[in-house]
Design a protein around this ligand. Structure first.
Ligand code: GDP
Length: 309
């Protein structure tokens, strides 16, 4: 079961292939077939406002089908041409586009409220995605890049709001939720425990949460606290997408002399045992906007599927 792809010098790791605990958002696969190497061009299903070209010089790698994230109700059996299946894989990710990938663009974004408890969060039933990651991982930069506003995420950085669940309403129809950064060394111990308690309560008791987006800094080696966070989400069967940030950064000796792609690969090796099948992942950079359109398409298809079921 192998999909041959062109991705930027990236060797994806192996994941376990048992049935997913995150089965809300995962499908298993039909047996073996091969897809030839192609040059892929993608655009959002509805807007066609951009295309994603894969440069010629990029090397050939293989992604096995078990390691792809196939959104529920994605019909891959109708892909008589294996070419068309591989052209639907979002660049720099393991995610396949489905028929639900529409209305991806963000036209409007507004800060709605900061909540300290899950029960104080908006109650209008709109679907939401929660962004979480270690302090300094690039969460505010990513949020600003997604909504194309330079300072929207500053709202969550205002005094008193950094420790809150901050809701931003998008296109009047869904929410991006900014959660407190974890692992901030200077925070007093009792505050850290408190944040942990309320973010975990939010993950476990928020019925409109479609998926957690766990941000991981791809410019440095995996941190224990990130692995613990990923394992907790996996064990509690909270749907999760890994967003690798700072993928534009060049390798540095002090960071183990490894490229972001290698850190991405290492991280997935390390979390393999927490998941029965591959969680979706995307490589991003807020400097180059790499992965921005891919995240929006991924969110759109999860959201539209969620709304229908
Ligand atoms: P937060 O604490 O998670 O909200 O992180 P910020 O968004 O404030 O970013 C922390 C630091 O990382 C800042 O100095 C950003 O300029 C930098 N940064 C964020 N995203 C990227 C990225 O994609 N590439 C690079 N090279 N730097 C980034």
């Amino acid at each position: 079961m192998v999909v041959l792809l062109q991705l930027p010098r990236f060797q994806p790791s192996l994941f376990l292939t048992r049935a997913s605990p995150l089965c809300k958002t995962h499908f298993n696969f039909p047996p073996k077939f091969k897809i030839p190497i192609i040059k892929s061009t993608l655009s959002t299903a509805s807007e066609r406002t951009h295309s994603i070209e894969i440069p010629e010089e990029e090397t050939h790698v293989q992604i096995s089908l078990e390691k792809l994230f196939i959104p529920p109700e994605t019909d891959i059996s109708s892909d008589t041409s294996t070419l068309s299946l591989s052209s639907r894989i979002l660049k720099g990710s393991n995610i396949l586009l489905s028929k639900y990938a529409r209305d991806a663009q963000i036209m409007q974004a507004e800060f709605i409220k900061s909540s300290v408890r899950t029960q104080d969060c908006p109650s209008d039933g709109l679907p939401e995605f929660a962004l979480v990651g270690r302090s300094n991982v690039g969460k505010s930069s990513l949020l600003n890049s997604l909504v194309r506003r330079k300072r929207l995420a500053l709202t969550s950085k205002k005094p008193g709001k950094t420790q809150c669940i901050n809701h931003f309403r998008i296109n009047d129809s869904w929410y991006l939720v900014d959660l407190p950064g974890y692992g901030y060394a200077a925070a007093p111990q009792e505050l850290r425990i408190d944040w942990e308690k309320f973010t975990k309560d939010y993950f476990l008791n928020r019925p409109t949460l479609v998926s957690v987006f766990l941000l991981i800094d791809a410019s440095i080696p995996a941190k224990k606290i990130d692995l613990e966070y990923a394992s907790w989400l996996g064990e509690n069967q909270i749907p999760m997408t890994l967003i690798f940030t700072k993928c534009d950064k060049r390798k540095k000796r002090k960071n183990g002399g490894r490229r972001p792609e290698e850190h991405v690969n290492d991280f997935q090796d390390l979390i393999r045992s927490f998941f029965q099948t591959a969680p979706p992942w995307i490589m991003t950079s807020s400097v180059t906007n790499q992965g921005r359109d891919e995240i929006l398409l991924h969110m759109a298809q999860l959201r539209n599927y969620w709304l229908k079921h």
